[in-house]
Design a binder for this molecule. Sequence first.
Ligand code: ZN
Length: 232
Amino acid sequence: MSLGMGPGWRNVWLAAALGLASAWACADSPLCRLGLRQSPIDIVATVKHALPALEFHYRAAPLKIANDGHTARVRFSNAGGLKIGNESFTLQQFHFHTPGGDRLAGEQFAMAAHLLHKSRTGRLLALVVLFRQGGENPALAALWPQIPEPVDGDHLIAGASVDASRLLPGSRSYYRYEGSLTASPCTENVTWLVMKQPLELSPAQLLFWRARFADNIRAPQPLHGRIVQENG
Ligand SMILES: [Zn+2]
């Protein structure tokens, strides 16, 4: 995947995007300890704002999935994107974290999907879908059996496709804050959108994941005066 930022930046972004636990556990970037706009956060107080509607233009694409030992990642090259106001972002990949990272009024979620996007000018946008334990999630039911056993690179699954819109909740309401990559070097200036409506996954689906992956998200970070905007 080319992010158009040179190989060094690309590796940093990918490592962080994948939520490489080891990358932040032994964080050597001062930004991870001292940054003032870090992710994830606990969303408690918000300011209502006339935020633009999210216009999703995701489309089905061949399923390309990797197990990197920390998470399962689905990568896209032509699966559409997301338009917000007059800015368009291309969907690059999604992956999962346990627990959910971003919290809502102190609630920690069982899992989160991070859908990563990039604008034509290189702006990074992470969209978070949170999962509570509950009923079986059909999108995860289709995806989990396709997670490769070997810890290696991308697997193109013959005959399988994936549509990221199946990971979206029915409500398009969201929170917005300015955050960072969640792994070293914890680069800031990443826009975070957190969908307000969580999805569900079944206890069996969570167990399936936990049998393969250790917890892979850092704790909520201080707000340092940041304001979380809420649409509506
Ligand atoms: Zn992530």
